[in-house]
Structure formats: structure tokens, C-alpha cells
Design a protein around this ligand. Sequence first.
Ligand SMILES: Nc1ncnc2c1ncn2[C@@H]1O[C@H](C[S@+](CC[C@H]([NH3+])C(=O)[O-])CC(=O)[O-])[C@@H](O)[C@H]1O
Ligand SMILES: O=C(O)C(=O)Cc1ccccc1
Length: 247
Amino acid sequence: MSDASYRDAIFSTPLDRVARFSFDEKVVACFPDMIRRSVPGYGQILGMLSLIAQRHLRHGAHVYDLGCSLGASGLALAGALAPDAFRYTGVDLSPAMVTQARQTFADECPAYAMQVEEADIRTLEYAPSGMIILNFTLQFLPAADRDALLARLYAALEPGGVLILSEKTVDADERDNAWRVERYHDFKRANGYSDLEISQKRTALENVLVPDTLDALHGRLKQAGFPRSMTWFQYLNFASLIAFKEG
Ligand SMILES: Nc1ncnc2c1ncn2[C@@H]1O[C@H](C[S@+](CC[C@H]([NH3+])C(=O)[O-])CC(=O)[O-])[C@@H](O)[C@H]1O
Ligand SMILES: O=C(O)C(=O)Cc1ccccc1
């Protein structure tokens, strides 16, 4: 069964050497469980994405979902909007994610215009769009590539378009950061992860997921050309921002 989803147990046994985290077949097989148990507010962010789309998208506009993984944002949009309300392009670099996302759209919403491309979002040629979603993706790019991508996305947005940027964040203040990270680990423990799983995943994500501060994220958006951005959601060290291209 291609769309079976398993409980995330990737870091549950002691590993001699913890490899860098990667979005491979093993992660794909348990990804829905992993992201739901590891990202505070993930479901609420997806729910709000479709309400934001309903308010901001002109009828028939194009939506990009960059680093779409299994296409959860696309499914949320298709669950709330009519088939002719939008056209969707999900983009991901992981072949295993792309294969599974395509299958999910074919099974779950065949009447909708849902495309999935296997590509690097840093080099893709962008078509004009009304909404661009970066749901926990920018954090995986080398820091040096982030501003250039955001500037290209600003250019691709139509006047009146919006960018949604969800990210794990870090606090500039060390004590605040320690408190938030400790409560995040409590959140993971409450969701069934052991101390070993928490610690090995933390090692696997070192230098792979490099979080910015909220201030740095707003600064990047300004630098990219966005005259206005807001943090519309925050839960511990996870946040979602909206940036507007005035039209
Ligand atoms: N350069 C790149 N180009 C394209 N894709 C990339 C690149 N780098 C990483 N990715 C892809 O970005 C995704 C990040 S997960 C997004 C969750 C999803 N948005 C969700 O709402 O479920 C975040 C997480 O797991 O925390 C992975 O699928 C990578 O393959
Ligand atoms: O689990 C973590 O520590 C996270 O930061 C969230 C996450 C979720 C899914 C893949 C990678 C990171």
C-alpha cells in the first residue's frame, strides 16, 4: 500500500553514529506522524492556510507550495476551496516525497489542478502567483541562499499576493531560548517521544535545520522587497509569518 503511514520510530534505538537528517523513504513512510507529533500548531497552520487563501486569492490564481513534502498544504486548500478557485504547484527536492504527493492528489482530489514538480526551489523558474507557501522549508536551505530565494519569490508574486513563511525559530536571548527549547522537548515527550529520540533527532538536525530569529525572518522579508510582514501564529519555537505584496 503506497500511502500507508507509520509511527515515527526513526531515532528510537541507540545509533552508533547519527547521520544527517534527510527526507528519504524512511522519513516519507512516517512523515505525517512525525510532523504532527513534532511541530506544535502544524494542524492549525494548515487549517488557517485555506482561510487565508479564501480571503486573499483571486479566483483561479496560481499557488506555489515550496518544499511541499506530501502535499499537506495542497490537500488543505482542496478541502476548503472549489476546484476552479486555484491552481496548485507543489515543489520538492525529495523524489520519495514527490512520488507520494502525486499519488495522494490523484487519489484524494482528482478534480483539482494539482501539479507536483521534483526540483530545487533555489533554481526553479517561477511563474506569476497569487500565493506562495513556504511551510517549514526555508529553514533547511543554507542561510546564504535564503535572501536570494525570497527576492525571487517577491518578484513572482502578483500585486496583492501573499507569502506564508512558517519556520522553527531561535531566540536571541539565551535564557528565553533555553526555556522555549525545554518546553518544546516537553511537548515532544507529551507526544510520545523518548529522551533518546529527542536527543538523536536533535543531533541529526544540527547544521541541517538552521533556525533564524523572528526578527531575522522579518528582516529577510523586508530585504526581499516586502513592504509589510506579520507574525500571525506562534507556538513555542515555531511561528508562521505572512508577507504582503501590495497591489
Ligand atoms: N532546496 C530544496 N528544494 C525543494 N525542496 C526542498 C529543498 N530543501 C528541502 N526541501 C524539502 O522541504 C521539505 C521540508 S518539510 C516541509 C513540510 C511541508 N511543507 C508540510 O507542510 O507538510 C519540513 C519539516 O519536515 O520540518 C522536505 O520535504 C524537503 O525535501
Ligand atoms: O523534530 C524536530 O526537532 C523539529 O524541529 C521538527 C521537524 C519535523 C519534521 C522533520 C524535521 C524537523
